[in-house]
Design a protein. Structure first.
Length: 206
């Protein structure tokens, strides 16, 4: 029962944060959203900062499990990275871009945890994908794996920056897919290029 109530509060906070950003949502807003008192919320979280920290940890763990499922069902490195980035695009399409801006500006400790996730877990995922693609002759053999892995992470982050891509003009999912397409065409062999077209259901003349 305790875990169920805690999860209800986290889901309520997630829904409001994703819709409005973090700064604009108060503890009162979260409590009103699901009809509980602030006293109830403070049984589980000592303040908004701790709630945000728990929510981030919960979401990152959920996405790690989903990434593992993608690895299991992918037939090759290109399918793997396309499925990964499509998953991220769907995930980010639900999030107000100002969530990341607010985290960085107003919650630096929580932002640090997100950065560590990017720079360790996500970095290693991309490195392994690039290594796998080279072995499969789908990616060019002379690419610099570390540089390109960091580039892919920064591209993903750049797409979330509302100062670069205004949310009223661009959809995050469209930005992510366009940047991934540009990235893949820069590293693939002819064999890999054909696979991209296959997965994207594009018919091109040779």
């Amino acid at each position: 029962m305790i875990e169920e109530n805690q999860n209800r509060l986290l889901e309520a906070a997630k829904e409001l944060f994703f819709m409005h950003g973090i700064k604009r949502v108060t503890v009162d807003d979260i409590c009103r959203h699901i009809g509980v008192s602030k006293k109830t919320l403070y049984l589980f979280f000592k303040n908004k900062e701790e709630l945000i920290e728990c929510l981030l940890e919960k979401n990152l763990n959920e996405h790690k499990k989903e990434f593992e499922q993608i690895f299991k069902k992918s037939n090759n490195s290109i399918q793997e990275i396309i499925l990964l980035m499509e998953h991220l695009a769907v995930m980010f399409s639900e999030i107000n871009p100002y969530v990341f801006y607010d985290l960085q500006k107003y919650h630096p400790d929580v932002w640090k945890q997100f950065k560590e996730f990017k720079e360790t877990f996500l970095f290693q995922i991309i490195v392994k994908n690039l290594e796998k693609g080279i072995q499969e002759d789908l990616y060019r053999h002379k690419i610099n794996i570390e540089i390109l892995a960091r580039l892919r992470i920064e591209e993903t982050q750049m797409a979330l920056n509302p100062l670069i891509f205004h949310k009223e003009k661009y959809k995050i999912s469209d930005i992510q897919i366009e940047l991934l397409d540009h990235f893949l065409h820069g590293i693939t062999t002819l064999k890999g290029h054909k696979l991209i077209n296959k997965y994207r259901q594009i018919n091109e003349e040779e």
